[in-house]
Design a protein around this ligand. Structure first.
Ligand SMILES: NC(=O)C1=CN([C@@H]2O[C@H](COP(=O)(O)OP(=O)(O)OC[C@H]3O[C@@H](n4cnc5c(N)ncnc54)[C@H](O)[C@@H]3O)[C@@H](O)[C@H]2O)[C@@H](O)CC1
Ligand SMILES: Nc1ncnc2c1ncn2[C@@H]1O[C@H](COP(=O)(O)OP(=O)(O)O)[C@@H](O)[C@H]1O
Ligand SMILES: [Mg+2]
Length: 274
């Protein structure tokens, strides 16, 4: 297992070429946020926007439209209960993030199944939060896409069948191979099991232990994978940046809020581009 260092940032975050436009930096679709968990998809969206994804569209419950527009005029919004909008927008994305605040109702399942039926082999699909729980509970068949799962330990227990106490590298890697794709197993020391090897994130702080922290990471992974060509490095850099920013803030703060990490992103990425 390799330990992540700040080298992953300069290996991943590129100085932007002059001749470029929003289309150069990827299209992200974020799907989630039911009528109880609007905050989750709001944070994921804000994290993708602040990571620099060129175009961001959020598919959510209409009850979240006003708050999304008010906080983030940069993002477009659409109704995830409309099958037509969902399929059209998801099909046009480079990266799709599904799960933050999606919930586990029949409607949530319908949205997830539609996304799974729509995504194609060349698209990156980040499966987070409720989407992981639904895949596990309903034994859903996974789509043929570039899959990135972002479970915390309890979600990984549900998805992999491995109890938290038994989540060894060997057992985790075996299930990753069966699932295909990459697994970001979140904890106080997040581990990333990728097709090319596994990585340990020693950055991060208990000041991060607050609701919405993972929703924010999912949005960052969305923004990074949409912009940066090497998909594994994009995931690793997002995980590392999320924790490294928190560590900097925690030098002077007891708790670090997800939105504070998000607002530091443009400056942090500026300081680590190469
Ligand atoms: N503001 C919002 O709208 C928020 C919405 N959220 C959404 O709520 C839904 C349910 O997610 P939850 O994770 O809260 O619920 P879950 O029921 O999936 O998992 C939480 C449970 O797992 C346990 N657990 C064990 N190890 C853990 C670890 N390493 N990290 C985290 N939890 C661990 C916790 O003690 C807790 O009992 C998701 O869709 C999520 O996106 C949450 O992110 C909280 C904030
Ligand atoms: N004690 C801790 N030390 C370091 N990182 C932590 C700690 N507690 C939580 N985190 C990080 O916070 C995030 C929590 O994700 P998650 O549980 O999915 O949050 P939510 O679903 O509420 O957004 C993960 O990235 C995890 O690594
Ligand atoms: Mg979560």
């Amino acid at each position: 297992m390799q330990t992540l260092t700040d080298e992953i940032l300069s290996q991943t975050i590129r100085i932007r070429p002059k001749e470029s436009h929003k289309g150069t930096y990827g299209r992200v679709c974020l799907v989630g946020g039911n009528d109880h968990f609007g905050g989750a998809i709001l944070m994921a969206t804000e994290a993708s926007v602040y990571s620099g994804a060129g175009l961001n569209t959020t598919l959510t419950d209409p009850s979240n439209f006003v708050s999304l527009h008010a906080r983030m005029p940069e993002a477009m919004v659409a109704d995830f209960t409309s099958q037509a909008e969902l399929t059209e927008l998801v099909a046009a994305a480079n990266t799709v993030v599904i799960g933050p605040g999606l919930g586990t109702t029949t409607q949530s399942l319908h949205v997830l199944q539609t996304v799974f039926n729509t995504v194609a082999h060349n698209q990156t699909l980040i499966v987070d939060g409720s989407a992981i729980t639904l895949v596990a509970d309903k034994s859903l068949q996974l789509p043929d896409a570039q899959l990135i799962f972002t479970p915390h330990q309890m979600e990984w227990q549900r998805l992999s069948g491995i109890k938290i106490a038994d989540q060894t590298d060997e057992a985790n890697e075996k299930v990753r191979r069966e699932l295909g794709g990459t697994v970001v197993l979140k904890s106080h020391q997040t581990k990333i099991y990728a097709p090319n090897g596994s990585y340990l994130n020693t950055a991060g702080t208990p000041a991060q232990a607050t609701g919405g922290m993972g929703d924010t990471l999912a949005g960052m992974i969305g923004g990074f994978t949409a912009q940066f060509a090497d998909q594994t490095n994009a995931v690793l850099a997002a995980v590392y940046a999320h924790s490294a920013i928190a560590d900097e803030l925690a030098e002077h703060q007891y708790v670090v809020l997800p939105t504070q990490i998000i607002h530091q992103l443009p400056q942090f990425m500026h300081d680590h581009q190469a």
